[in-house]
Design a protein around this ligand. Structure first.
Ligand SMILES: [Fe+2]
Length: 193
């Protein structure tokens, strides 16, 4: 299938603490991952795989990096989807947050602390193993995401997500992100599980 970048221009002018200049640069990066994913999937279909091996090979390299482009595209889609301050955590989600983290404030502290110790993503998931919420960190798009997880909330903590607005002040960006969470989207994801 052809992957298509979603249009998130509706976010422009609607976020507090995340500028349009920052967002537009981020959209371009996202579109690049989608384009790269399409190129990689097309090339994988036509590349000779009769001499694949662990050390090197064109098809081998494409396979090793395939999930980089895929997650680069869809983690960004999930991140932009859960931006634009709306609503509040629903009672079911609050109950799940309390069970997993102790309190809503403890959850925010956990998410921010996780983001401060990665160069990449924070994913908030509901685990199909223990049925509770977890925060996990990814240092690259394709590494660090445990299996049997359903996505509830995504935080992009790469420097490209905030350097235009905040320089190296990751913590200030994380605070701005938290203020811009679209809880309507997050609630819908959680309730669909
Ligand atoms: Fe990003």
């Amino acid at each position: 299938m052809e992957h298509k970048a979603r249009d998130f221009n509706y976010l422009l002018g609607s976020l507090e603490g995340i500028s349009d200049k920052q967002l537009k640069a981020h959209f371009e990066l996202y579109k690049g991952y989608v384009a790269r994913l399409n190129l990689m999937e097309a090339e994988l279909k036509t590349t000779d795989k009769s001499h694949t091996n662990y050390s090197w090979g064109h098809w081998s390299e494409l396979k090793r990096r395939e999930a980089v482009a895929f997650n680069g595209a869809y983690l960004h889609q999930l991140y932009f989807e859960n931006l634009q301050s709306k609503g509040a955590p629903c009672s079911e989600l609050i109950a799940a947050i309390d069970e997993a983290f102790g309190s809503y404030n403890d959850f925010l502290v956990d998410m921010k602390s996780t983001a401060l110790c990665t160069i990449g993503w924070v994913v908030v998931t509901k685990s199909r193993v223990d049925n509770i919420l977890h925060t996990y960190l990814l240092t690259e798009h394709h590494t660090g995401f445990p299996v049997l997880q359903d996505v509830v909330l995504i935080l992009d903590s790469y420097e490209h997500a905030f350097a235009i607005d905040y320089g190296i002040n990751r913590g200030a960006y994380i605070d701005a992100f938290i203020n811009n969470i679209n809880w309507d989207v997050v609630n819908a994801r959680y309730m669909a599980l």
